[in-house]
Design a protein around this ligand. Structure first.
Ligand code: BGC
Length: 383
């Protein structure tokens, strides 16, 4: 190749790079940011709107890294909000239902809030009977997160939020830096990627706490939704909802969702576990092996035709059928959320795992080389 040809080639390549950079620029837009009101201490928080090319819309606030609303199409293409929540931040500040938030440091319950790690006993704050639930009195869902990146783009819109939980917060050892990246893909999936590190060995088991109602009408119950969970076993609980340590078969029990079944079919069965949970409020032991993302559940609502499939790399899922919703909490657009009008599917380690050494561990070591990672995906389609 002579000099002239080489120069033209270099020119052509630079032009191509410039065009591709420009078109990349055009493809991405700023994420819309609006005030979500002020906290009781006067601090203002915001909500951010992610969109994709199919019209899906996720509204996320930096208070609790909370999904406030999630608009997905029904079988006729009508977009409706499929999650419960409040109209402004004061609802979340006062609320006790964990609507849409990231819960942690340890999502779910730890018996009497006690565990020991590396020979030291820890006492966490007690906020649920005699137990510790969802990170304590002021868990991650009640904290202001920092937005560290946000973009609407063709490859997937995202918002990344970071929270630094200091050593000793709610009784936990070590300062944990957790980043949660919500991404809305063009395939109508909401991805939740978690990464975290700690400066001292600690425990970490964050999860996502959206209450779904796929009808798009939260005045209706979720009892007709058909649920499938790919799990042969679940973890029974005592009357305080602390896991007993047993992995019990779901076969011939109300807990068998291996084939799609209406949530309401066995929810009031004459069964001690159902009585303890006031319905479903249990952890299922997922059949597939953890550490790679796999589909473990689907939920279908026939009238709207909405189907939600859920994928995770976690070993368990807490399926909670909204048994503590009591019609006293005023949600979005003034709807009073009644008993069982939303359900949660919380991918996580099995509850009280710090006190069950034989179960997958929630210990996070103080090593930057092996950060905590989790991916959970809620995928929407219709049929
Ligand atoms: C728990 C329920 C609890 C609810 C709080 C769920 O994750 O499993 O027992 O009452 O969160 O809203």
């Amino acid at each position: 190749m002579n000099m002239k040809m080489l120069k033209s080639l270099v020119f052509l390549m630079s032009a191509m790079i410039l065009v591709s950079c420009q078109s990349k620029k055009e493809e991405s837009t700023m994420v819309e940011k609006k005030s979500f009101g002020k906290l009781s201490n006067g601090e203002e928080v915001y909500f951010y709107t992610l969109t994709n090319k199919n019209g899906l819309k996720a509204e996320i606030t930096n208070y609790g890294a909370t999904v406030v609303s999630l608009f997905v199409p029904d079988k006729n293409g009508k977009l409706e909000d499929v999650v419960l929540g409040y109209d402004d931040v004061s609802g979340y500040e006062k609320g006790e239902s964990y609507f849409g938030g990231i819960v942690g440091r340890y999502g779910n319950r730890i018996g009497k809030g006690k565990f020991s790690l590396d020979g030291t006993d820890y006492q966490l704050s007690i906020n649920n009977g005699e137990n510790h639930l969802h990170g304590g009195k002021l868990g991650f869902n009640k904290r202001v997160w920092q937005v560290v990146g946000a973009e609407n783009k063709m490859g997937g819109s995202f918002i990344a939020l970071k929270y630094v939980s200091v050593d000793g917060e709610e009784g936990y050892p070590g300062t944990v830096e957790l980043t949660v990246n919500y991404q809305l893909s063009q395939e109508n999936e909401l991805w939740i990627n978690y990464t975290a590190t700690t400066d001292k060995n600690t425990i970490l088991n964050p999860t996502h706490h959206s209450y779904f109602n796929l009808t798009g009408d939260p005045s209706k119950t979720i009892l007709e939704h058909e649920l499938m969970i790919d799990a042969d076993k679940y973890t029974p609980v005592d009357k305080g909802l602390i896991t007993t340590g047993e992995l019990a078969d779901v076969a011939n029990t109300p807990f068998d969702f291996r084939k799609p079944k209406a949530i309401g079919k066995d929810i009031d069965a004459d069964n001690l576990q159902i009585k303890f949970g006031l319905g479903y409020d249990h952890n299922w032991v997922l059949n597939k092996h953890p550490e790679q993302v796999f589909k473990f559940a689907s939920v279908y609502e026939a009238v709207s035709g909405r189907l939600m499939e859920i994928l995770t790399d976690q070993p368990g899922v807490q399926f909670y059928s909204g048994n503590f919703l009591d019609g006293k909490s005023k949600g979005k657009h003034g709807v009073m959320y009644q008993y069982r009008t939303g359900f949660c599917m919380e991918a996580q380690k099995y509850p009280d795992s710090p006190n069950k050494p034989e179960w997958p561990s929630a210990t996070l070591k103080a090593s930057k080389k092996t950060p905590y990672r989790q991916t959970t995906i809620y995928k929407f389609s219709t049929k």
